[in-house]
Design a binder for this molecule. Structure first.
Ligand code: GAL
Length: 655
């Protein structure tokens, strides 16, 4: 099954309007609708006085019209009666100020009272709708964001630290608190890391924030599971806020879903594709795109929309990366409220908006191929490793604004996609088996266990490539007392990093794999093994330190290979480096090398693979097909050089 749908807020509209909404959804070829997030004040207008009948009628209407329903618990926005009577449900911000009513996400995930209220409302909804035919899944809250900085949460943080480190002696040692006289002699002395703080404290607090949401979510999972039939899934809609470790959050969920917005930039298949590939690898079953924009957003400095054809291409882009469902946010703008200006599927008048026809077209196409893709999971043989803790540690000490982790990760991802490789984006804790090539742009924090798995992967025939700032610290965010990439990996690589610097000007780099420039970050390596091969060396630089030294080294180990690229490279040399890594691995050759601006993805189907080819440009593009294919969307047989219309899409099956 493939799903197309939207978020819908029936509680904001007179009931006699609902049939028209549902009919228009069906006409748009939608088959799923998501309701309930933010409906608390309608579900429980006064403490203990519940009104679920309207929701039942909305669900019935949707189901009668052939839509399936996802119910969200409304816990992202507690109602005013609650925040007024029980101010302890509100969160406290970093400055120590309690957040007021009127926005959203004003709750504290650690407030025992709020957790109890949330558990209760989730349980109430589950008792009523948990086994109802047509309700296929549940979403808990909406996009976890803010922790609380109140006194009670600080105490929870102390208990968390005590459980984790066991004793203050251990904590002091791990965090290196001799520094600036930080040594703690009582748990109660440990502060929230507001301001410039010890890296160990900062990292543990980030982990703690994720743990707060794991616990908060757990209450609702348990409440739902008690009444929801076991064949219905539970999810949470993750999003771009990287202060939460979404892998940890998703471990307790049946299905991973993500809210992905283009925002005010042009559609960038690299930025968006990365998010989808990350989400796809969070859980074994196919993921959902729980929200995306059906026109413009309202939260960018300049809120532009996508060009004509762009929304159909956007839907296909998500499907190409393995999504089972694409849902828009939202159906129709509330006449009041903060998001009046956000783009919607319908216009203010409740009639189809400009992109409606495109959505409908994609919906028809999805129906045509739904049977082929049902329950099929995309699995790549090339992976990029992204650890949330690595990102947090580096973002906390960037050393240069240019060392932006999103840019850095894209630099590795882009050339792979450009060459037509599918990419899994995994966590360092995920299994490495099954991959042929793993790129780790910055494996900053090392544990002996992780080192052991890298070694096993390499010895058994994999190629593992480490990027700059790898093997720098331990899991507590303390420096390793060894040269990068850490003693054991340096031994395997037959080389180690002698020093690093941020160059004042770009530095030439050249070697057997190509030539170009390094920028942003340069690590210079020294080889200790005769069979370590230098792939790139630095030329003359303003600083002079790196001149003639290695920037990239590789070595065969066991059946496989380990490589280290110590420099941040400009695009064309990066492409050469990644291309070399692919060639020197057992990664499968892409079926089709995409033309500029064209995205190619492989998606397994029940009766064999499909190639999804998308032209993201406003100009026509050409795809050179290596063999004859049938385009599933048109039934046409295609061969040789084929022209793709602006924002055109093809779903190809070998003829
Ligand atoms: C999402 C949020 C939605 C809506 C949307 C607007 O982050 O989950 O409720 O606010 O942004 O783009």
């Amino acid at each position: 099954m493939l799903y197309l749908g939207s978020a819908w807020y029936p509680e904001q509209w007179p009931e006699d309007r609902w049939p028209r909404d549902v009919a228009l959804m069906r006409q748009a070829e939608m088959n799923v609708v998501r309701i309930g997030d933010y409906a608390w004040s309608r579900l429980e207008p006064e403490e203990g006085r519940l009104d679920l009948d309207w929701m039942e009628r909305a669900i019935d209407l949707a189901v009668e019209h052939g839509l399936e329903v996802v119910i969200c618990t409304p816990t992202d926005a507690p109602p005013a009666w609650m925040t007024q009577r029980y101010p302890d449900v509100l969160r406290t911000d970093e400055t120590g100020k309690r957040v007021g009513h009127g926005g959203r996400r004003h709750f504290s995930p650690t407030s025992p009272r709020y957790r109890e209220f949330s558990r209760k409302i989730a349980s109430t909804l589950a008792q009523r709708f948990g086994r109802r035919p047509g309700v296929i899944g549940w979403q808990i809250g909406n996009e976890y964001v803010h922790p609380s900085y109140d006194e009670a949460t600080l105490e929870l943080f102390h208990s968390y630290l005590e459980r984790k480190h066991g004793s203050l002696d251990v904590l002091n040692r791990r965090w290196g608190t001799q520094y600036w006289s930080q040594t703690y002699t009582a748990w109660s002395q440990v502060p929230f890391p507001v301001g410039w703080h010890n890296p160990g404290l900062v990292l543990d607090h980030s982990r703690f924030v994720t743990q707060c949401f794991v616990d908060y979510q757990r209450d609702q999972i348990d409440a739902l599971r008690e009444h929801v039939s076991p064949d219905r899934w539970i999810t949470h809609n993750s999003h771009g806020y990287d202060k939460i470790d979404w892998r940890t959050i998703s471990q307790d969920l049946d299905l991973a879903s993500w809210d992905v917005y283009v925002g005010d930039r042009a559609m960038d298949p690299v930025r968006l594709g990365w998010i989808s590939d990350r989400c796809r690898c969070l859980r074994p079953r196919p993921h959902w795109i729980m929200e995306t924009q059906p026109w413009h957003v309202n939260w960018s400095p300049v809120n532009r929309t996508l060009p004509k054809g762009g929304f159909r291409a956007l839907i296909w882009h998500y499907l190409a990366h393995g999504a089972e469902a694409v849902l828009f946010w939202q159906w129709r703008a509330g006449l009041g409220g903060q998001e009046q200006y956000h783009g919607t599927v319908l216009g203010h008048d409740g009639e189809p908006g400009p992109a409606y026809g495109e959505i409908q077209r994609a919906g028809r196409e999805m129906k045509r191929v739904a049977g082929v893709f049902a329950d099929q999971r995309v699995r790549a043989d090339v992976a990029i490793v992204q650890g949330y803790t690595d990102c947090w540690a580096i973002e906390g000490q960037r050393m240069t604004p240019a060392f932006d982790m999103a840019d850095h990760l894209s630099n590795y991802y882009r050339p792979l996609r450009k060459a037509g490789h599918d990419v899994d984006v995994i966590d360092p804790a995920d299994p490495f088996e099954g991959y042929r090539l793993i790129l780790a742009p910055s494996l900053h924090l090392l544990t002996p266990e992780l080192v052991g798995r890298i070694e096993a992967f390499v010895r058994q025939g994999g190629h593992f490539l480490l990027g700059p700032r790898s093997g720098f610290k331990d899991e507590h965010n303390a420096l390793l007392p060894s040269r990068q990439p850490g003693d054991r990996l340096a031994e395997l690589l037959g080389a180690s990093v002698e020093g690093y610097l941020i160059p004042a000007e770009r530095v030439p780099a050249a070697g057997p794999i190509g030539s170009g420039w390094a920028d942003v970050w340069t690590e210079f390596l020294t080889c200790s093994a005769d069979d370590a091969q230098v792939l790139l060396s630095y030329g003359a630089s303003v600083e002079g330190w790196s001149e003639g030294r290695a920037a990239m080294v590789t070595r065969r180990v066991g059946e496989g290979r380990i490589s280290c690229l110590g420099a941040w490279l400009e695009a064309s040399l990066m492409e050469a480096a990644v291309g070399w890594a692919c060639e020197h691995s057992a990664a499968s050759t892409p079926a089709l090398a995409p033309a500029v601006g064209v995205e190619v993805s492989r998606r397994p189907g029940r009766d064999g693979e499909r190639l999804i080819v998308i032209n993201h440009q406003a100009a026509p593009a050409v795809a050179d097909l290596p063999r004859a294919y049938i385009d599933e969307l048109t039934g046409d047989r295609l061969e040789g050089s084929v022209e793709l219309a602006p924002h055109g899409v093809m779903v190809l099956r070998e003829a």
